[in-house]
Design a protein around this ligand. Structure first.
Ligand code: SF4
Length: 63
């Protein structure tokens, strides 16, 4: 699974970086960025949950 952030939608709340720090981090301009290109199987469920929990629906998943 691949994951990316829609920078136009991200409000910088920090939730994703807090819940899955292996995949998301906050950039200097307070927008979430993805640290990896492909999500390891072990992290897929957490990334799906982060996407569902994102208040801005800014986390894009590609199967
Ligand atoms: S949870 Fe969504 S809005 Fe919040 S920082 Fe992550 S991508 Fe941005």
């Amino acid at each position: 699974m691949k994951v990316s952030i829609d920078k136009e939608l991200c409000t910088g709340c920090g939730l994703c970086a807090e819940s899955v720090p292996d995949v998301f981090e906050m950039s200097d301009d307070d927008i979430a960025v993805v640290k990896i290109k492909t999500v390891k199987d072990a992290l897929v469920d957490q990334v799906r949950e982060a996407s569902e929990d994102c208040p801005a629906e800014a986390i894009i998943l590609e199967e």
